[in-house]
Design a protein around this ligand. Structure first.
Ligand SMILES: [Zn+2]
Length: 259
């Protein structure tokens, strides 16, 4: 609440002017844009720490998240492969025919890769990547490629993730946003939770004035079965802090990720 009021104040000082110029930094990857918006460039600063109240209840949610190690992978590979042999038989296939001989091992290894996010913790990624910076303009990284596995059907869903945040004296190395996406998407997921986890991780790491995350994805469980809606896309969003409380900030973010 406090944050939103202060942000409102900030915006009232200088009306609208929200045709934000988007500048591409030379050192960034193709898909990475920093978007600068004039109406966030002045006004009172929010003291560090205040944003934490937004997510106090979900703090700790990502601190201890590594549930699998590389050693676990090696140990579980034989049983995982055996399970795939059972699946092949269950499908009416002959696991002994030439083309399928190594399939259980390949499939097991692939599945471990698709879910390698369990091997990583967000804290590992954030180490040495948070910088004190007197930058309080919206930062947007859009079109981050995302590949995940639907936990209901164990088939892929993939798409693009757009992330925006309004820093509060702390910024995150830009490539780390994509790493956060990678860690959470390479697990068994539902798109709604994935969206929220990314937003919460950024909130907890940076305690920014606000965070917005939008994911557009295609789910194989929708396009390959049932009504086979080939071109259907699922869009989810999570807005925290001023992105939730201030329609103007949210609108600016949504406009910028579409441009
Ligand atoms: Zn599904």
């Amino acid at each position: 609440m406090e944050l939103s009021k202060q942000h409102q104040l900030r915006q009232n000082e200088k009306p609208a002017a929200s045709t934000s110029t988007s500048a591409v930094n030379g050192h960034l990857e193709d898909r990475t844009f920093i978007t600068r918006s004039p109406d966030h460039s002045r006004g009172p600063q929010v003291a560090p720490g205040e944003a934490s109240s937004h997510s106090a209840s979900i703090m700790e949610s990502w601190k201890e998240e590594r549930t699998r190690s590389v050693e676990d992978n090696e140990m579980s590979l034989p049983s995982l492969a055996a399970a795939y042999t059972t699946i092949l038989r269950g499908l009416g296939e002959d696991p002994q025919r030439q083309g399928l001989l190594k399939t259980p091992w390949r499939a097991a290894t692939a599945m471990q890769y698709f879910t390698k996010g369990y091997q990583e913790k967000i804290t590992d990624v954030l180490n040495d990547a948070i910088f004190d910076e007197d930058h309080d303009e919206m930062v947007i990284v859009k079109d981050i490629d995302m590949f995940s596995m639907c936990e209901h059907h164990l088939v892929p869903f993939n798409g693009k993730v757009h992330i925006g945040y309004l820093p509060n004296k702390r910024v995150l190395g830009l490539s780390k946003l994509a790493r956060i996406v990678e860690i959470y998407s390479r697990r068994l997921q539902v798109q709604e939770r994935l969206t929220k986890q990314i937003a919460v991780a950024i909130t907890e790491a940076l305690q920014p004035a606000g965070v917005g995350v939008v994911i557009e994805a295609t789910h194989m469980c929708m396009v390959m079965r049932g009504v086979q809606k080939m071109n259907s896309k699922t869009v989810t969003s999570t807005m925290l802090g001023v992105f939730r409380e201030d329609p103007k900030t949210r609108e600016e973010f949504l406009t910028l990720i579409k441009s």
